[in-house]
Design a protein around this ligand. Structure first.
Ligand code: FBP
Length: 551
């Protein structure tokens, strides 16, 4: 394979570790803190996780290491959507294992959790590991979205783990994948297996967080990549002065990515799904907000602009949310019947029969393309695949028709020419920023610490992240702390609660205080490309979201 000059240079980059993890491993001790409780539904979660509920938080400090000196065989899985930095979690884990004992072994199960069930694996060695250091992507072993939920799957996982004499399994994933990790940890413990399960918080969406998980990895690089592209579009718009650009960005239900990109680029409009839900905004209300800005800007002679749309927006419009809930339940409960229908008209009639009158009305007024996108396969966790719903196009068409009406009434006289974009996959495999390279390497290295101390059902945590890496702290948090019960596939299931944008939080407030000005004036900001070499003030800069949260 031919390598790019940047790839060659990045192999040499030495990720920064928190000061505590730079110590020899024999000089790091685990200190236990408070007993934890789940974020809600405590009694039910305790009942479902009798062996792994209520464990204590852990921090690593300088001191004598009392962990048993044993040879370790560890397995690792990359799970769910790609996020920049995943390779470094594995290199950090590998380096810690090999630094402690040369005969420690790291196995990588391929293509996500299914690799564990199929016993499809590789054993990592120096040369192979070195060729993935500080690079983007998950191609080191691949990823997948298989959900571990049936008794047979758990038994199979145990069988494969026992075959390899695994001491621990590290699952690198988002909320759904770490729910898998918690369930597996409980299963292994309940069945007398020695296998420990440790999770690492991954997802570009930034929705896997709480007081201890300050940010999931990948968010930093992905948002910097999208912000660069949006900034470039803004500059193009401001140069040509003839297009309105509607940019949908990934992020699933949460609007953290959209908000971060807005803070970085100061577009004319950015919607935050959580606010749309709170204010019970209809699709028409959302379009009105754009129309208002288009009209005002056109009065200034500015027939151009930029709108950022979080990909999950449509799910938060109350009437569409209800519709999606009913669609999910119908498609889960009548799965066979629905899957057997191939003709679009028959699918449409099936929905007419099964949805409530109210929801079917909402469904029926959507453009056919959006109706079809709403009926596409759910992901293995029962979620609508919002990345495939072209909300930006839907919004453009509603705005166009509203502007036409205003024109007829003589209330608007400008030009409206709209272009749509979707930025998602472009950012998920970028070369990790220095922040993600350092953070991920530390998460992997720290996962080893948790394993060596015998913990299971924990997430690897690195905190104090808005400070330089030397001041970062390392520890662990029981995964059950993040869990609650939610409706999935028509049933109540224990899952990690998604962290959505907090409307009283500093990042949103900062945006809300400035957006009226941005809607009318051209206040665009051009962040430019991620820098890997140069002054720390440019290369190691954290996200605006994290900086504001930790101000
Ligand atoms: P994870 O939650 O697994 O990290 O994935 C995030 C994400 O990139 C979302 O932003 C997006 O909606 C989804 O994955 C797309 O999924 P897929 O890769 O299956 O198309």
């Amino acid at each position: 394979m031919e390598l790019s000059p940047l790839q060659i240079a990045r192999y040499e980059y030495q990720p920064k570790l928190p000061e505590i993890l730079k110590n020899e491993i024999y000089a790091i001790k685990a200190v236990e803190g408070e007993v934890t409780a789940s974020v809600s539904d405590q009694e039910q979660i305790k009942h479902l996780f009798p062996n792994t509920y209520g464990m204590r938080e852990v921090t690593f400090e300088r001191g004598e290491n009392h962990a048993e000196d044993r040879r370790l065989v560890v397995g690792v899985i990359l799970s769910g959507g790609q996020a920049p930095g995943g390779h470094n979690v594995i290199t950090g884990l590998y380096d810690a294992l090999k630094k402690t004992r040369k005969d420690n072994v790291l196995l990588g199960f391929k293509k996500g959790p299914s690799g564990l069930l199929d016993d499809d694996f590789i054993e990592f060695e120096d040369d192979y590991i070195d060729s993935f250091r500080n690079t983007g992507g998950f191609d080191i072993i691949g990823s997948g979205r298989t959900k571990l939920e049936s008794e047979e799957q758990f038994a199979q996982a145990k069988k494969v783990a026992e075959k390899h004499d695994l001491d621990a399994l590290v699952i690198i994933g988002g909320d759904d994948s770490n729910t898998n990790a918690a369930v597996l940890a409980e299963y292994f413990k309940a069945h007398g297996s020695k296998v420990q399960v440790i999770g690492c918080p991954k997802t570009i969406d930034g929705d896997l967080k709480n007081d201890v998980i300050e940010i999931s990895f990948g968010f930093d690089t992905a948002t910097k990549t999208y912000s660069e592209l949006i900034g470039n579009i803004e500059r193009d718009a401001n140069s040509a002065k003839k297009y309105w650009h509607f940019v949908r960005v990934m992020g699933r239900s949460a609007s953290h990515i959209a908000l971060e990109c807005a803070l970085e680029t100061q577009p004319n409009i950015c919607f935050i799904s959580e606010e749309v839900e709170e204010k019970k905004m209809s699709l028409s209300d959302i379009a009105d907000q754009v129309v208002k800005s288009v009209v005002k800007r056109s009065e200034r002679g500015d027939n151009f602009g930029v709108v950022i749309i979080p990909e999950g927006l449509i799910e938060f419009v109350p009437e569409v949310k209800k519709l999606i809930g009913e669609l999910n339940d119908t498609m889960a409960l009548k799965e066979k019947e629905f899957n057997a229908i191939t003709d679009w008209q028959d699918k449409y009639s099936f929905m007419e029969k099964n949805l409530s009158k109210e929801s079917f009305k909402v469904f029926s007024i959507l453009p056919v393309d959006i109706e079809k996108q709403l009926l596409m396969d759910r992901d293995p966790h029962g979620n609508v695949q919002v990345s495939r719903i072209e909300t930006e196009k839907l919004l453009i068409s509603i705005v166009e028709s509203k502007l036409d009406s205003l024109k007829k009434e003589g209330k608007y006289n400008g030009k409206f020419s709209a272009l749509s974009h979707f930025f998602g996959y472009e950012g998920r495999c970028a070369f990790p920023s220095n922040f993600d390279a350092d953070y991920c390497y530390s998460l992997g290295y720290n996962a080893f610490m948790l394993i060596s101390y015998g913990y299971t059902g924990y997430l690897s945590t690195i905190t104090n992240l808005s400070k330089p890496a030397t001041e970062w702290k390392a520890g662990g948090m029981p995964i059950t702390k993040m869990m609650n019960l939610e409706q999935r596939h028509g049933k109540q299931k224990p899952v990690i609660r998604k962290a959505l944008v907090e409307l009283y939080g500093k990042p949103f407030r900062y945006f809300a205080e400035r957006r009226d000005l941005w809607a009318v004036e051209t206040a665009f900001k051009y962040p430019g490309a991620i820098q890997y070499y140069g002054p720390e003030s440019v290369c190691d800069i954290t996200t605006r979201t994290l900086a504001l949260e930790q101000e």
